[in-house]
Every structure is written in structure tokens, then in C-alpha cells.
Design a protein around this ligand. Structure first.
Ligand code: 3HC
Length: 308
């Protein structure tokens, strides 16, 4: 019986069709999908904090409206993704508990501080740019609800990337102090953006199986390289220097070579020791505790409506 079901799954993946919530799927596939979708959802929700930090101090009404819309989009992404995880039998309250108790991961990038308004632009350009690079192929991921959620998410991420780049172009046309702010933010976010793609392929325990299941379409290193190749001309147009003396075009490979990534730093951030890990989790927990009365009221209302 399991063999027949397994061959149905293999055929579905082999023909590039989608696995849907009511379909049989191997336990490992379900576990991997829940893990990836939950980590992704947590990243969207925690990712509201570094930029949310600047909403009250945006330099103009226009910038404030853009930033508010962007941060709200991230909340929406988190919600679609938690819903996609629920289609696999995960419980949203439990996932939140796993996040705030530090038992489930979220993206390393959101553990870095945002020190100036240029960081808002650089996050849009590099962090959302890296997210798009990683997530566009996920629109073809083998799990239907995840793949469909990614279509809308990617459209919105693309707007986020552009607003960031436009903000930076404006700052680069401003004063010397503004240009320095952009350069400084680029220096701080470049390497952590490269780390977003995950460990190198030979140290990525999940990649081979996730690629065989059609969950991931490209390896971590392939996507990282794609991102570097895309970012270099954008940095040139902007007039900033990427902080890597080893960055240069390699004619033979047809790609940019780049310097070594500090995987010890990545490991420390994943272990909870990045600059802002404790603050991010503490704030998420506080928001969750503050929202307890809303959840109770909603449950009471639902129970009353059900009794009618
Ligand atoms: N930050 C935190 N953890 C990371 C990580 C990162 N940048 N990169 C890898 N990891 C974790 C993995 O989750 C895995 O953890 P686990 O096995 O203990 O659960 C471990 O490190 C080993 O890495 P693998 O390469 O084997 O893991 P994956 O095959 O899952 O690949 C991934 C990692 C490429 C991030 C993949 O999960 C993925 O593509 N996820 C979907 C996209 C996503 O979650 N993006 C997060 C950023 S979201 C966002 O960016 C919001 C936007 O507004 C900017």
C-alpha cells in the first residue's frame, strides 16, 4: 500500500505537479515542509521588528507611508505562511510557542540592528533582494499551498526591493553624510545577506532530500552566486562599494568570485548569540502576551456564536 502511495508521490513530483493537503505524503516530506514553512513564517513576523524600529522616525510622510505598507505586507506574508503550515496539520499556537521558546529558527538576517534610515533602504535592496532570489524558485515548490502563497509574496517582495533601491538612489544624490550612511549600511548588511541563503552545499544537511522532493529547486550556493551576480551591477549603478576586496568577475566561470563567508558568525547567530537575538524574541513574546486578551475575546465570541 505504502509503495503504491510512494510511487504516486514520485510520479507527481516527477511530472512537476503539486502535492495537495489531502494527498498522501511521506512523513519526512510533511515534517520538512512544516519546518521550512514555519521558519519562513517566523522570519516574516520577526522581520517586522528591524524596520518597524524606524516607522516613528521616518524622514517624511511619504517614506513613512511606504515603510508602514511594507511592514504590514510582512505581517500578511507571515499569516499566509502559517495558514499553509496549518494545511499540513501544524497548529499555529504551537508554532508560535516553538518560536518564542527558541526551539524553532527564523532567518539569521533579522538579528542585526538597524542603525540609520539608510538601513531601511539597504534591507529593501539586499535583504529583500536575497529573499526574492531564494523565493521565486519556491513558487514552483512541490507543495501546492506553499507554492501558491509564494506567488503573491514574491510580487510584494519585488515592490519592497524597489522601494529600498529607490530610497538609496535618493540618498546617494543627497549630501556626503547621506552617501556615507548608505555605504556604512551596505558594509554592515552585505555579508549577513549572503548568509541568508544558508550553509554551503557541502554543509547543508537538508538540501539533497529537499531538492529530490522538489521543495527546493536550487542549492544554497547556486542561489547565493545568483544573488552576488545580480547585486554587483546594482552596487555600481548606485555608487557604493561592496565590502569584499576579493570580489571580481571570473571570465572562465561566467560569474563573480567572492571572498570567504564567516561561517562562525553565522553559527553564533543561529545559536542565539547574534547582536539582537534576545531582543527580537523578547519583543515577540511581549507582543504575544499583550495579545492574549484579543485571542480570549475571539475564542469567547466564536464559542457563543457556535452555541446559538
Ligand atoms: N537563518 C537561520 N537558519 C538558517 C538559515 C538562515 N539564514 N539558513 C539555514 N538555516 C538553518 C536551516 O533552517 C536548517 O535548520 P534545521 O535543520 O535545524 O531546522 C539548518 O540551518 C541547515 O540548513 P539547510 O541548508 O540544510 O536548510 P534548508 O534546506 O531548510 O535551507 C533555506 C535553508 C535556504 C533558508 C530554506 O529553508 C528556504 O529556502 N526557506 C524558505 C525561505 C525563508 O525561510 N527565508 C527566510 C527569510 S524571509 C524573509 O526573508 C522575509 C522578507 O521580508 C525579507
Amino acid at each position: 500500500m505504502t509503495e503504491t502511495l510512494q510511487s504516486h508521490v514520485d510520479e507527481t513530483i516527477g511530472h512537476d505537479r503539486r502535492i495537495e493537503p489531502r494527498d498522501w505524503m511521506p512523513d519526512g516530506y510533511r515534517r520538512t515542509m512544516i519546518r521550512q514553512i514555519a521558519q519562513h513564517a517566523h522570519s516574516e513576523i520577526i522581520g517586522m521588528q528591524p524596520e518597524g524600529n524606524w516607522i516613528t522616525r521616518a524622514p517624511s510622510l511619504r517614506r513613512k507611508a511606504i515603510l508602514l505598507a511594507k511592514v504590514q505586507d510582512e505581517a500578511g506574508h507571515g499569516l499566509y505562511l502559517y495558514s499553509a503550515a496549518e494545511t499540513l496539520g501544524a497548529d499555529r499556537a504551537e508554532l508560535t510557542e516553538l518560536l518564542i521558546s527558541g526551539r524553532q529558527k527564523y532567518s539569521s538576517i533579522f538579528n542585526y540592528p538597524t542603525l540609520t534610515y539608510a538601513d531601511v533602504g539597504v534591507i529593501g535592496w539586499l535583504v529583500d533582494g536575497a529573499a526574492i532570489c531564494n523565493q521565486v524558485p519556491l513558487c514552483r515548490s512541490s507543495y501546492g499551498p506553499y507554492a501558491r502563497a509564494m506567488v503573491r509574496i514574491c510580487k510584494e517582495e519585488s515592490f519592497h526591493q524597489r522601494q529600498g533601491y529607490e530610497l538609496l538612489l535618493t540618498m546617494m544624490r543627497g549630501t556626503e553624510a547621506q552617501r556615507q550612511m548608505v555605504q556604512d549600511a551596505t558594509n554592515r548588511f552585505w555579508w549577513p545577506s549572503l548568509m541568508m541563503f544558508g550553509p554551503p552545499d557541502d554543509r547543508s544537511p537538508n538540501s539533497a532530500q529537499s531538492m529530490a522532493w522538489g521543495i527546493k529547486r536550487h542549492s544554497n550556493d547556486e542561489l547565493r552566486q545568483r544573488f552576488v551576480d545580480m547585486s554587483v551591477p546594482q552596487a555600481e549603478k548606485l555608487g557604493v562599494t561592496l565590502p569584499d576586496p576579493q570580489l571580481r568577475w571570473n571570465d572562465e566561470r561566467g560569474h563573480y568570485d567572492f571572498g570567504p563567508i564567516d561561517w562562525d558568525e553565522f553559527g553564533a547567530v543561529l545559536a542565539g548569540n547574534g547582536p539582537c537575538n534576545a531582543q527580537r524574541i523578547q519583543r515577540r513574546k511581549q507582543a504575544h502576551d499583550d495579545g492574549a486578551w484579543v485571542r480570549e475575546a475571539a475564542m469567547a465570541h466564536a464559542a457563543k456564536a457556535g452555541a446559538r
